[in-house]
Design a protein around this ligand. Structure first.
Ligand code: NAD
Ligand code: GLY
Length: 360
């Protein structure tokens, strides 16, 4: 097992990465302060892993709430089922919520923990590659609104993250690829050596080689932990973790939540951001080609849906937490491993790039 740490003073916490960690009671023990635990999971993950986690938490009064599976259920209405369960069991302020699932469950359970009785502890047990490399770390929690993705939420750090690589054995291939989008992101924004490693090892990752996956998770979490420690509430550098996301969120919202996976939107969005960077003269054609090739090799879409009208696309890009004074800000690239956040681009160029990047 590898242990990393998110250095945030008294809110700091460990990230445990290893094979077969779910059932290790000792890992949970130091991070649960009270006697009550509520596991939050969904109807896909529960049959696979709930029993193992329940058994490991046998020493506590342990209950579970099982939500419907899907991005379309990441809503305030469905969130309230967690509060119903907590209040139904009369759980108090010392309860610990345990998020068992992918990023949707992690974001919802974390937000419930931020709100319940004005804030209780929670633990992240991410079971998708995407959640193991990104969403479980850093304390962003929340739900979607019909008008915009992740628009309702809070910063609330977990007490620990337990990333069990054995859970990836049951993950569908499309979801594995979605996770690889966020892995590639770290290489593009700040870690060129990792990007080169990914180019050399992408087939091992797609074949689920455990050593390769564990290394990719560790390196991704190390990058994320450093950025979050430097800028917990996204006043500056943390925004670079959103490479491709402004394009991707527009696709996700525009196509209807769940039609495109989050990681698919990010993969395509990174290709669009690279193209925009090239058109601005900031990124070489060779680097943009490398970025696009790796996204494609990871079996992610590299073309935006033609069904999404360009004017609507830009309107949706304007519903983004990076928008300032009505101006869209984008994460763009100066090189592989060097990113900037900027609103310094002609609006007409954005329109052209979206058009150019659409599927034929
Ligand atoms: P997800 O949570 O929808 O999980 C993907 C699918 O895999 C679901 O059907 C899920 O039930 C299933 N699943 C989960 N674990 C499994 C397993 N081990 N075996 C088989 N099936 C399994 O999607 P995701 O890609 O994990 O997360 C995407 C979400 O994360 C989005 O809502 C996105 O906005 C959010 N996100 C948040 C942050 C953050 O910093 N908070 C960062 C990135 C993404
Ligand atoms: N996934 C972006 C962030 O955590 O800031």
């Amino acid at each position: 097992m590898k242990t990393l740490r998110v250095e945030l003073g008294e809110r700091g916490y460990p990230i445990y990465i290893g094979h077969g960690l779910l059932g290790c009671s000792d890992l949970y023990q130091p991070h649960i302060r009270g006697k009550q635990v509520m596991i939050v999971t969904n109807d896909t993950v529960a049959p696979l892993y709930l029993d193992q986690v329940r058994t490991a938490l046998g020493a506590w009064q342990c209950e579970a709430v099982i939500l419907p599976d899907g991005e379309q259920y990441k809503t305030l209405e469905v969130l309230s089922r967690i509060f119903d369960a907590l209040l139904g069991k009369q759980f108090d302020r010392r309860v610990t919520l345990v998020a068992l699932g992918g990023g949707v469950i992690g974001d919802m359970a974390g937000f419930a923990a931020a709100c319940y009785q004005r804030g209780v502890d929670f633990i992240q047990i991410p079971t998708t590659l995407l959640s193991q490399v990104d969403s479980s770390v850093g304390g962003k929690t929340g739900v979607n609104h019909p008008l915009g993705k992740n628009m309702i939420g809070a910063f609330h750090q977990p007490r620990c993250v337990i990333a069990d690589t054995a859970t990836l054995d049951t993950l569908p291939g499309r979801e594995l690829s979605a996770g690889l989008a966020e892995v590639i992101k770290y290489g593009l924004i700040r870690d060129p050596a990792f990007f080169s490693w990914l180019e050399a090892n992408i087939n091992r990752l797609l074949a689920r080689d455990n050593d390769a996956l564990a290394y990719a998770i560790e390196r991704s979490c190390a990058n994320k932990a450093e950025v979050v420690a430097a800028d917990e509430r996204e006043g500056g550098v943390r925004a670079t973790l959103n490479l491709g996301h402004t394009f991707g969120h527009a696709i996700e919202t525009g196509m209807g939540y769940g039609a495109w996976l989050h990681g698919e939107g990010v993969g395509c969005g990174m290709v669009m951001a690279a193209r925009m960077s090239t058109r601005l003269g900031w990124l070489s054609d060779a680097d943009a080609t490398r970025a696009e090739a790796l996204v494609k090799q990871a079996r992610l879409p590299i073309r935006a849906p033609r069904a999404l009208d360009t004017a609507r696309f830009i309107e949706l890009m304007g519903v983004d937490k990076k928008v300032q004074d009505g101006k869209i800000r984008l994460v763009l690239l100066k090189a592989i491993g060097e990113s900037v956040v900027t609103d310094d681009f002609p609006p007409g160029l954005l329109r052209e790039v979206i058009e150019e990047c659409k599927e034929t």
